[in-house]
Write a protein that binds this ligand. Structure first.
Ligand code: SF4
Length: 494
């Protein structure tokens, strides 16, 4: 770990290219070396002997430390302020919500932090949350011209976090709502798509009520994103901003029957569906009921809202997506010595982002490919995971090679905990209550320019459309749908 002169945050790229002790340089060090390097210089240098307090602190510690005032000034000075009347800056094009990135960075450089936050919230009402959870490596920072020139990209995410968090502590109102237009819209789901849609509608003068079955706001941002990426803040301040704009919330109010949905439909002029996906995909393995076998969402929710579960020293994570990466890093930070992700295809087919796979390796997580669980064994608690080897076959519906079992290759691995991160179920039951709603493989089909579904009364956005993408894409879906609803409801009343 090194400190940047001004910013003082972990520089992972440095870790990966620093010279070896014999003076030779190499691209990637063994994961354990990287992990030990980090742990030995970490204030919680107690791998394997951490107290509960230390484990909890490490688990909730930010992946990247926030910028100081001096760090923000130095980092903002690196931006070339690309773009002009004929072409947008590449970072803006890469941002799903189209934030004026060079504009807000230059405002930070001039010391106008309030102006920077205004520019961010103008395009993205959850701009503070997105600054912490966006995969910037594949979005704005991945497109930065400095990166293309072989230099380190501007730390756009950290600068966005600096401006938004600082200003959210100082004030709540960033945009002025239009006077009431007397129209009523309901939003189902207080996740990023629902919150964004509700806020944008309130700004247009709509009477908006958000319904959610949970008591807490944020949907999967609150319950399913690892605590080292985001725990609670800044979401509560952003929700307060929406309340200040006039959005009403009915939390702990599930719309869980056809009758309730019909009632909502009759009492509103349009309904936005920000319902996301359901529970983890339930692939039943023998031994699922043993203690120590977890579904990934339940595991993350427990450590974020309840307590740190006992996981022992050997943890197996099943899956190849970003959630598998999240829970594996969490398990490592909780003190497990051996954390291995088992994936039934190879690394090239993993749905997780490459930079997140690198992150996992840098935290000491191992990956084993072409391996699938068969059953879990133990007395009361899981003690072994029996697996078998796979090989790649012909492409399946996803276009990726189908994993095919290699017969007579079963073997057992001793484990204390198994976390299944295989994906989430689609909400086909709920969606069947909506007449004439067109689906594509269980996902809602919309007009992409308006967010309107085939049942013109309903609009939709977020994971229920795309099967699970980024928070910032859900925010943009909500924004597009708010404009679509305005056009539809306004058109009806004119
Ligand atoms: Fe600044 Fe990079 Fe965006 Fe250019 S691409 S405006 S250098 S952040």
């Amino acid at each position: 770990m090194i400190c940047r002169e001004a910013g003082g945050f972990l520089d992972r790229s440095f870790l990966k290219v620093k010279p070896s002790p014999d003076g030779q340089s190499f691209d990637k060090q063994p994961a354990e070396v990287l992990y030990m390097d980090k742990v030995m210089t970490h204030p919680l240098k107690t791998n394997g002997q951490r107290t509960d307090e230390q484990r909890s602190a490490l688990l909730f510690e930010d992946l990247k430390q926030p910028l100081t005032d001096k760090g923000a000034a130095v980092e903002s000075s690196r931006c070339l302020e690309c773009g002009g009347p004929y072409a947008e800056a590449p970072c803006v094009t890469a941002c799903p919500t189209g934030i004026d990135i060079p504009g807000f960075i230059s405002a930070i450089y001039r010391g106008e932090i309030d102006g920077a936050a205004d520019r961010i919230f103008e395009e993205n009402l959850l701009g503070a949350t997105c600054s912490k959870v966006c995969p910037v490596e594949v979005l704005c920072e991945g497109a930065c011209v400095l990166e293309k020139e072989g230099r380190k990209p501007v730390e756009i995410g950290l600068l966005q976090r600096y401006a938004t968090e600082r200003e959210l502590k100082r004030r709540i109102r960033f945009r002025e709502p239009a006077p009431s237009n007397g129209h009523k819209v309901s939003v189902i789901g207080a996740g990023p798509a629902g919150l964004s849609c509700a806020g944008e509608l309130a700004l247009k003068g709509y009477d908006v009520t958000v319904y959610d079955e949970r008591q807490d706001f944020g949907g999967l941002v609150r319950y399913a994103i690892a605590p080292y990426r985001i725990d609670r803040d800044p979401l509560p301040s952003e929700v307060q901003m929406l309340k200040d704009l006039g959005v009403k919330f009915e939390m702990g109010t599930p719309i869980d029957s056809r009758e309730k949905l019909d009632e909502l439909r009759k009492s509103s002029e349009a309904v936005f569906l920000g319902i996301g996906l359901g529970d983890d995909v339930n692939i039943g393995y023998p031994g699922d009921g043993l203690q120590g076998v977890w579904e990934s969402l339940e595991f993350i929710k427990t450590i974020k809202t309840d307590r740190l579960p006992e996981i022992g020293s050997s943890v197996a994570v099943i899956g190849g997506g970003n959630t598998a990466i999240d829970v594996a890093i969490e398990a490592r930070r909780m003190g497990a010595k051996d954390v291995t992700i088992y994936y039934r295809r190879t690394e090239s087919e993993m749905p997780a982002y490459d930079h997140e796979i690198d992150e996992a390796r840098s935290e000491g997580v191992h990956l084993q490919f072409l391996t699938n669980p068969v059953r879990f064994e133990g007395e009361d608690r899981v003690e072994r995971m029996v697996c078998q080897y796979m090989q790649l076959g012909e492409p399946d519906d996803s276009g990726r090679p189908r994993p095919v079992k290699v017969e007579n290759t079963e073997f057992a691995i001793p484990v204390d905990t198994v976390i299944k991160a295989i994906g989430q179920q689609k909400r086909t039951g709920f969606l069947s209550w909506i007449e004439d709603l067109e689906l594509d493989n269980g996902l809602i089909k919309i007009d992409e320019s308006t967010g309107q579904t085939s049942n013109r009364f309903f609009f939709a956005g977020g994971d229920a459309l795309n099967g699970g993408a980024t928070v910032v894409e859900a925010v943009e879906d909500g924004k597009v749908a708010a404009h679509g609803i305005d056009k539809y409801v306004g058109g009806m009343s004119s």
